[in-house]
Design a protein. Structure first.
Length: 134
């Protein structure tokens, strides 16, 4: 069974709250951020159990924003996933103003599914409506 067979994602409100808080904090300061949802496959469902926010650096550049996660932090994530018996399922990240998938998002994906949302503190919405199951 792989993440390609997932038909439903189930996530509780605590994970959604943690995700929204992290995204609003970064977006309120005008930065991008990404949050990784990890969990377990259960038949054709992915059960999200954790919102993992890796240490990352956000940059404001002339042409837009950028987030960078260093190799040692990616290694730390992989060790954590193994030790916790978790699987990386979904990456949720922000963009200023409107949500879209950039060329970088498509070229360097993390997780089986990616979802973008607006970055400003007032606009981080839609996560609960789209994903929350309880």
């Amino acid at each position: 069974m792989t993440l390609n067979s997932v038909r439903e994602v189930r996530v509780g409100s605590a994970v959604v709250d943690e995700t929204e808080t992290a995204l609003r904090e970064a977006g309120g300061d005008g930065y991008e951020l990404f949050v990784l949802w990890t969990g377990h496959l259960d038949q054709d469902s992915f059960e999200v159990e954790h919102a993992y926010v890796p240490r990352q650096r956000s940059y404001k550049m002339r042409n837009g924003l950028c987030v960078r996660v260093e190799a040692d932090e990616l290694h730390k994530l992989n060790v954590w996933l193994y030790e916790q018996r978790q699987q990386l399922g979904i990456q949720i990240h922000t963009h200023p103003r409107r949500a879209y998938h950039s060329d970088t998002d498509d070229e360097f994906p993390l997780g089986a599914s990616r979802w973008s949302c607006p970055a400003s503190a007032a606009q981080v919405s839609g996560i609960r409506e789209r994903w929350c199951t309880g």
